[in-house]
Structures are given as C-alpha cells and as structure tokens.
Design a protein around this ligand. Structure first.
Ligand SMILES: Nc1nc2c(ncn2[C@@H]2O[C@H](COP(=O)(O)OP(=O)(O)OP(=O)(O)O)[C@@H](O)[C@H]2O)c(=O)[nH]1
Ligand SMILES: [Mg+2]
Length: 416
C-alpha cells in the first residue's frame, strides 16, 4: 500500500496508523504540495507518474489517500494506476465496522457506510448520465444505479427503524441511571489517548484496551468512589482529525452520553509532541463544540510514565490546567480525582428542598450525593438544605422551595 497526501503538511503517520489498525502494511508515501487537489485526479500529472513508479518498485496493491476523494477523483486515479484507491473516510469506516460489537454499534456503522456509498453512487450516476447523452436515452447502467440507490435508501430506512428500537431499550437503561442522580463524568479524547485505561485505573473496571485506533466504540459506565462520594464515569468512542461526518451522524445516540454528562474529562496523550498534542486537543474540541457539549472540562495529560523531565516542564508551562497522569504507574490519579471533586464543588449550588414523607428514598439519595445535610422535619415533609452540583440540583428541582446561586452559598444565608 502507498499512502498519498495532498495537504502539503507531509504528515502521513496517522494514515499509516489507521492502515496498521486496518491490517494493511505501508510500503511508501507520496506527498503533493498544491493549494487545491486536482479536481479530476486529486494528484497532478507529475505526481501520478511518480506514484506509478513507486507502486511498481514497491509492488504495492492498494493506494490510500489521506483526504476524502470525490468519486470522480477516485475513479480516475484507479484507472490511471490500475489498482484500487481508497480514502481516509473509507478506512475509518472499515475500522469501525471491524470493531463494532454491540447491536447498536453495528447498525450505526452500517448506516454510516451506506450513507458514504450512497453519495458515491450519486457521483457515479451523474457520470453515466453524461455518457448517456441526449434526452430520453436511459442506458441500462443508469437504470441499475437507480435501482441500487433505491435499495440503499430502503436499507437505510430499515436500519433507522431497527436503531430506534435498540435505542429505546438503551434509553430505559439511561433513565434508570439518571434516577440514581449521581453526578456524571464523560471521558472524551482523541483515539488511542488512553481513555479506557484511565477508566480502568480510576474505577477498577476491565474495559478492553488496545494499541490500535478506535478500539472502543460502545459506551461503558462505571462508578468512581472517592471521598465518600460516587460519580458515574462513561468511556466512549474516541475522536480523530477529519472524523467522517457520516459517523458523527450515525453515532449521534452514542455521542449523546458525552453531551449529557455533568463534566467532561478530556484525555490527551501527554507523551505526544507539543504540536501533535495541540492538534489532537483542537480536533477533540471541534467535535465537542459541534455536538453542543458545553459542560466544564478537565484536561488529563495521560501516559506520564513516557514523559521526560524537559517535556514535563514544558507541559506544566503550556498546559497549567492539565493534570499529568499515568494509568500505568498510578502517578497523578489522586490529583486528578481531587480536581474532579474541586470542579464539582466549584459548580455546587445551594438548594432548599421539601421532600414529602413518602419520598424517603429520595432523602437517602440526597444523603449519598451531598454528604452532610441540614434537615428539619415539618408538617409537610422533610425540609433539607444541601449543596449539589448544579446539574444534579436541576434534577431535584421538583422539590425545590427556593434556589440560591453561588453568592448565597458564599454567605450561607437563607437558612431556616
Ligand atoms: N505507557 C503508557 N501507556 C498507556 C497508558 N494508558 C494507556 N496506554 C496505552 O495506550 C494505548 C491506548 O490505550 P486505550 O486505553 O485503549 O486508549 P483509548 O483512548 O481508550 O483508545 P480508543 O478506544 O481506541 O479510542 C494502549 O496500548 C495502552 O496500553 C499509560 O498511562 N502509560
Ligand atoms: Mg478505548
């Protein structure tokens, strides 16, 4: 396989990683520097020639492009080189397909693949249409494409119906979790950053870990117990630069876990160089912003055991808010949990609630969440004053007598 890039940065190591994950070995690469890829062939004529020679020398049997190719570019390159050409999006979709385990994951990936293929069919169709020429000439090829497109659309509709059924059972699970009222933390980060390993280290979970991209696709939630408080921590799918939009659309329900969490724990591979680290942080922030995730975020710089003294100093300077952790040696884990506590405490809200006597379970829950409670028994029920994370406070809103903001918390007024 030969990797091809046109973004002029000449950085193909990630494409090689994607290919390695997909089980393909790279034997060479070609980088083209031009402002815009060639509209017909992606590469210019000179580069196509260079690529042809490299292919022959290395005896390659596949070409992979770091950019998404238009159907026309893909077709033209294939015929110029006489071998299959795939793009970054197709490779990522392939990896997702191989790593999907749950029913929902598999359906989501198939949906994304169909959307991708449907767009290609459309491209192919317009190509055939041009060949067809004048009005009224409906070639057999065109009819076939129309049939294929209709079949693809039917399949998409069927997949969406099945997904809706699978999801409704998952949303039951989620609402059960929400009823537990525990504050929630979602791990978010670039693929291979160390999210699952960190979840395991923090909660004693045994989520699968692997040195390959997109190892985790299905969300897993575990309890983190610390300092008499419980948090729910969710590990889910990782992100990547140029994450195919078909996947973001198809994985909407999975990504919902990230959007709904009270706090985001952004994990980045701290052993990466500064430039790469920043590129990964930005790629993740872009996806999070695109999802509308606007919760408070804590940055964890993972894999501290691989970071030397010089780089540690640089990280401390450039990412003063980041917490350096190693899931392997346990370094920094206590600091990280401390930061998570602090972040929740910072956003605590003082609430006054009236819990009817029939709601003893709610009172017990509140004890678990808020620790010490200020309570008075009244004729209508138990009157409670507590400090809750703002998001949790919102869930107890039906019982609220009065709500006061951070200012009230600071002077501690409004007590009965
Ligand atoms: N040295 C070292 N390696 C780590 C550490 N944490 C994770 N790794 C390695 O990094 C690789 C990726 O770890 P994962 O936990 O699977 O990463 P992830 O972010 O969940 O990745 P995806 O699920 O694929 O998005 C694995 O090979 C881990 O063994 C760490 O603290 N130190
Ligand atoms: Mg993982």
């Amino acid at each position: 396989m030969i990797a091809v890039s046109s973004d002029g940065k000449g950085e193909l190591s990630e494409l090689r990683e994607l290919l390695r994950t997909a089980g393909v070995a790279s034997v060479g690469e070609v980088v083209q520097r031009r402002d815009h890829p060639h509209p017909d062939t992606y590469l210019g004529a000179g580069k196509v020639q260079e690529l042809r020679e490299q292919v022959r020398r290395a005896d390659a049997n596949l070409i992979a492009s770091d950019d998404e190719l238009s159907p026309r570019q893909e077709r033209n390159l294939e015929s110029a080189l006489g071998m299959p050409v795939i793009d970054r999006t197709a490779i990522i979709l392939d990896i997702f397909a191989a790593h999907a385990h749950s029913a929902e994951g598999k359906l989501q990936v198939e949906l994304a693949q169909l959307e991708y293929n449907l767009a290609r069919m459309r491209g192919l169709w317009s190509h055939l249409e041009r060949l067809g020429g004048g009005i009224g000439t409906r070639g057999p090829g065109e009819t076939q494409i129309e049939t294929d497109r209709r079949l693809a659309r039917d399949r998409i509709a069927a997949l969406e119906r099945r997904l809706a059924r699978v999801r409704s059972s998952r949303s039951v699970m989620r609402s059960e979790r929400e009823r537990s009222q525990l504050p929630t933390i979602a791990l978010a980060g670039y693929t291979n950053a160390g999210k699952s390993t960190l979840l395991n280290a923090l909660t004693g979970a045994t989520v699968g870990v692997g040195d390959r991209l997109f190892h985790t696709l299905d969300p897993t939630t575990r309890v983190l117990r610390s300092g008499g408080r419980d948090y729910l921590v969710t590990d889910t799918v990782g992100f990547i630069r140029k994450l195919p939009h078909q996947l973001i659309d198809a994985f909407g329900a999975t990504l919902e876990e990230t959007r709904r969490a009270d706090l985001l724990l952004h994990v980045v591979d701290g052993s990466a160089g500064e430039e790469e680290l920043m590129a990964m942080v930005r790629a993740v922030e872009d996806v999070l912003d695109g999802l509308g995730a606007d919760q408070p975020r804590v940055l964890a710089l993972a894999k501290a055991d691989l970071v030397d003294a010089d780089r540690r100093a640089e990280l401390a300077l450039k990412h003063p808010d980041g917490v350096l952790v190693s899931a392997l040696t346990g370094e920094g884990l206590d600091d990280l949990v401390e930061r998570l506590h602090a972040e929740f405490a910072r956003t605590l809200e003082r609430v006054e609630l009236l819990l009817p006597y029939g709601e003893g379970g709610r009172l017990a829950e509140l004890h678990e969440l808020a620790g010490e409670l200020d309570r008075t028994d009244t004729a209508d029920g138990v009157r409670v004053t507590a400090r809750l994370p703002v998001q949790v406070a919102a869930r107890f809103a039906p019982y609220a007598l009065a709500r006061s903001g951070a200012g009230a918390l600071a002077h501690g007024d409004g007590r009965p």
